[in-house]
Design a protein around this ligand. Structure first.
Ligand SMILES: [Zn+2]
Length: 558
């Protein structure tokens, strides 16, 4: 009985969708590209979408104008049309907050940084704390970390807290150290390090978990600040052509905000959320969510919360990444694992057994090995062949561990711009031998792994064309080094395009409705000012987004 009713309903809804066909839109005179089911590049001139915002078909101008004769036409005047790009690893609210904070990325030396701090201090007299970051002592050629006194000489009356470019270390002034209650007797927290001088006094640099000593005394962001940060981030993301972003760390507050924005049609970039950790918020949402357990879709696929984000180690720049053997340029340290193997296994199992995809940050070869071994122990019902578990960054792997990634169906979620930002430092850290398993995109592709590409913004710039450029060239914007840094690991343009579209969608269980412009998928697409597949590689990063569309609705126009 029930069965017959269902069939009748399907029949009726098919009739209704025929009736509304006159509300279709036809984009013509486009230089359109998408990938097809076999990952081949498909060229088209016209694309029809229905009034719900889904793709009906792509084809030639003549063909499509005839077939969709009554559709409203939208002429793209030969401009290049691509599927919306997907960043598989970004930090959305942090991107928004970074807008209002002090950015030191452009500083070339410590002196310039001090000047920038001084200017910022004068500009924001009302800020209790002066916050910011993106500094990099490697670029400053300092040969050491900066110190608290070097901020004190510019601003000593208010606390200052500045994160390193990789987010895995912070630089505090004396006032901030005092506010955090850090004294010579404060022990290093598990998974963290307080840098100290010969007398045992904190120098002002706090690595990984030690940063939480400061974070916990920072004034909390309120709802108004969060909303304005989210608005700022959404504006940036649609301008660079990101139609979906995987948020690598969603809090309870952000979950509420995403749901609200999605319902109200304000989430102009779709968000695929990873719950931060498996603590209180995970317990709540996995048990009591609207429909307990993973949220696979909310408000027409605008939002999902079906993954969990964990950390196994820190970053290479601050030597917090966990290595199997000591650092090549600091033989006294191997970095830090954040948790014991046992604790990592149990966190991974806790999330996976509830049906969540588990995405674990792992940079060093010891960090990656711990994660791989944790995934290897999952029962078949919760393993990666079902839940598509991911290694976030998968940056330095022992060569013997790489085949495990394919064998266990794990997805390496990698950030091409990390390679070009790190290339001056990475080989110093790990040496000539271990670098062979670092940023090893070609090795992963060769063994059949699907790579999900992203930027890790605001650690890197969110512009996905910078990512595609880095993936293909492995060079900086001045085309250095000449042939690219370890060019043998570079991708083709189509491969890079794939990992920022369909393979990123796959890494979010969304390849059936996002990632390409095929019939039935959401019409998320962008119009850009140059033909990605015809221009010289050196120009890829200059690509500018002219229009961004989400489900057939224009959300950005240059
Ligand atoms: Zn990240």
């Amino acid at each position: 009985m029930i069965h017959k009713k269902v069939i009748a309903l399907v029949f009726i809804s098919a009739q209704i969708s025929c009736l509304v066909a006159h509300a279709d839109t036809l984009f013509v005179d486009a230089n359109g590209y998408t990938l097809d089911v076999s990952n081949k590049l498909l060229h088209f001139q016209a694309m029809a979408i229905d009034d719900a915002g889904r793709v009906l078909a792509t084809g030639s101008n003549a063909q499509m104008k005839k077939k969709y004769a009554t559709a409203t036409q939208f002429n793209l005047a030969g401009k290049t049309l691509l599927p919306g790009l997907i960043d598989a690893h970004g930090h959305i609210i942090e991107l928004g907050f970074a807008e209002n904070q002090l950015g030191l990325r452009a500083t070339n030396n410590l002196h310039e940084a001090q000047q920038a701090i001084a200017v910022y201090t004068v500009k924001y007299p009302q800020h209790q704390w002066l916050l910011g970051g993106e500094w990099n002592q490697e670029i400053w050629k300092l040969g050491r970390f900066p110190t608290a006194h070097e901020i004190d000489s510019v601003v000593a009356d208010r606390p200052v807290w500045l994160r390193r470019v990789d987010g895995h270390a912070g630089w505090a002034n004396t006032k901030a150290l005092l506010a955090a209650g850090i004294t010579p007797t404060t022990p290093d927290p598990v998974g963290g390090k307080i840098e100290r001088d010969a007398n045992g006094d904190a120098t002002g640099i706090l690595v990984d978990e030690a940063m939480s000593l400061i974070d916990r005394v920072l004034p909390a962001q309120n709802d108004t600040e969060r909303r304005s940060a989210l608005d700022a981030a959404l504006s940036q993301m649609r301008q660079v052509g990101l139609t979906t972003v995987h948020d690598a760390g969603v809090s309870a507050e952000m979950d509420q905000l995403y749901r609200e924005y999605a319902t109200q049609g304000k989430l102009t970039t779709r968000v695929y959320g990873m719950i931060s950790g498996v603590d209180k918020f995970f317990d709540e949402v996995s048990a009591n969510g609207p429909g307990p357990g993973p949220l696979t879709s909310w408000a027409d696929d605008k939002y999902a919360l079906r993954a969990v984000k964990l950390y196994s180690d820190g970053a290479l720049g601050s030597r917090g990444a966990a290595l199997l053997q000591p650092y090549s340029d600091a033989p006294q340290t191997k970095g830090l694992l954040f948790s014991s193997d046992e604790a990592m296994r149990s966190m991974v199992a806790k999330a996976a057994l509830k049906g969540y995809q588990v995405n674990v940050h792992a940079i060093g070869d010891a960090g990656n090995r711990q994660v791989i071994q944790s995934f290897a122990q999952l029962p078949a019902s919760a393993d990666a062949s079902k839940l598509r578990h991911r290694i976030e960054h998968a940056q330095v792997l022992a060569l013997s561990d790489i085949p495990q990634v394919a064998k266990l169906n794990l997805i390496p979620s990698m950030q091409p711009t990390h390679a070009t930002s790190d290339m001056n430092m990475a080989e110093d850290r790990v040496g000539k031998e271990r670098i062979k398993g670092a940023y090893a995109w070609r090795t992963f592709l060769k063994q059949g792994s699907k790579i999900a590409c992203g930027s890790d913004f605001p650690v890197e710039n969110p512009n996905p064309f910078w990512g595609i450029y880095a993936a293909v060239s492995r060079q900086d914007f001045t085309q250095k080094p000449d042939q690219g840094w370890h060019p043998e690991q570079g991708m083709t343009v189509i491969e890079a395009f794939r990992c920022f579209t369909i393979d990123a969608a796959y890494a979010g269980h969304q390849e059936k409705f996002l990632g390409t412009l095929e019939k039935g998928k959401w019409a998320d697409f962008i119009v850009v000012d140059q033909d990605l597949f015809k221009i010289p590689v050196k120009d890829i990063y200059k690509t500018s987004v002219l229009q961004t569309w989400q489900a057939g609705r224009q959300v950005y126009k240059k």
